[in-house]
Design a protein around this ligand. Structure first.
Ligand SMILES: NC(=O)c1ccc[n+]([C@@H]2O[C@H](COP(=O)([O-])OP(=O)(O)OC[C@H]3O[C@@H](n4cnc5c(N)ncnc54)[C@H](OP(=O)(O)O)[C@@H]3O)[C@@H](O)[C@H]2O)c1
Length: 298
């Protein structure tokens, strides 16, 4: 869907440049600004207008998209331009914590700036393709008003609720899942190599395990929501025993085991709390119970 909305993109790192290119490709008059202006050269050659300051960049914009390294940087560039931003709409696609998103939303409300928060869940190469996934939170009517413009970024786009921190909350939970699994993958391939197994030989079996993990996601969510932790496949004690073997084999080969020890410590705390015969999904519940206990002590 193409509209002629004027878009401004603040921040031209790898992602910001990709976003600006997508808006241009969909026919939006696009103004760009970056702290290091030369990163806008290729976009200017492709038809974008370069602004000399954030205040100049946002003047006349129907939609201001921010994509920088974190919210401290976003605030550094938005706050001095508060007067120029009054009455405009900012969609902040920078990643950070839910609290940082809520705090920036409060600043925006104090300064008469319409504010939507968002997170990009897929890499630059997916933008303006069916594979892009973007999530937003903040006022729903504001999202609806700009959805046709944001559609230039492609893929699937979801509005997740009015709390401006909700998109960032989804983001950090999903990053938690992805990057700790990534840490496991890094270690697994190092352990295999240390045992003389080539990456290519491990790949087919590792892909099978990745599929198993994927298949367990829906069940995990359902179990946590229902509070149902009876083990019908494997008990937590069995899982802990398996991880003990990983630690022993890794230490024998002189590999760092800090991540595996941390994971094992969580499993042991759950077992010590009486969950050794439960399903592994009980660990999420134990982490939440520990948090409540720590909160009630504080
Ligand atoms: N890259 C991806 O595939 C991807 C995927 C999903 C989400 N994201 C998210 O998108 C955001 C941007 O990522 P990126 O890959 O574009 O990062 P990047 O290439 O490292 O670019 C960082 C951007 O932040 C700017 N910046 C840093 N500190 C600043 C400050 N104090 N004031 C003003 N601008 C400042 C940089 O300006 P200079 O050019 O002047 O240094 C640059 O424009 C991040 O929140 C990231 O998590 C990225």
């Amino acid at each position: 869907m193409t509209t002629s909305a004027q878009v401004t993109v603040l921040g031209l790192g790898k992602m910001g440049q990709t976003l600006a290119r997508a808006f241009l490709a969909h026919g939006h008059p696009t103004t760009v600004w970056n702290r290091s202006p030369e990163k806008g050269d290729a976009l200017v050659a492709a038809g974008a207008t370069r602004a000399a300051s954030v205040a100049d960049a946002v003047a006349g914009a129907d939609l201001v998209v921010v994509c920088v390294v974190d919210y401290a940087a976003a605030r550094q560039l938005l706050e001095p331009a508060a007067t120029a931003l009054r009455g405009r709409t900012v969609v902040n696609l920078t990643a950070d914590t839910p609290d940082a998103a809520r705090s920036l939303a409060a600043w925006a409300a104090d300064h008469g700036v319409n504010y939507l928060d968002g997170s990009i869940m897929t890499p630059t190469i997916t933008i303006d393709t069916p594979d892009a996934v973007l999530i937003y939170s903040g006022p729903h009517d504001l999202y609806r008003r700009h959805a046709a413009t944001l559609a230039a970024l492609g893929g699937t786009q979801h509005h997740l609720g009015a709390d401006p921190g909700r998109a960032a909350a989804f983001d950090v939970a999903l990053l938690d899942f992805f990057w700790t699994a990534f840490a496991g993958m890094m270690h697994a391939f190092a352990l295999a190599k240390a045992e003389g197994i080539d990456g290519a030989d491990l790949v087919p079996l590792a892909e099978g395990l990745a599929a198993l993990l994927k298949d367990s996601v829906a069940e995990h969510g359902e179990r946590l929501d229902a509070g149902r932790y009876d083990a019908d496949v494997a008990t937590l004690a069995t899982i802990a025993a398996g991880l003990e073997h990983v630690v022993a084999a890794s230490e024998r080969r002189g590999l760092d085991t800090s991540v595996q020890h941390a994971a094992l410590a969580q499993l042991h705390r759950a077992i010590d709390a009486g969950h050794g015969d439960d399903d592994g999904s009980v660990v999420s519940a134990v982490l939440l119970a520990e948090r409540e206990e720590a909160g009630s002590r504080a």
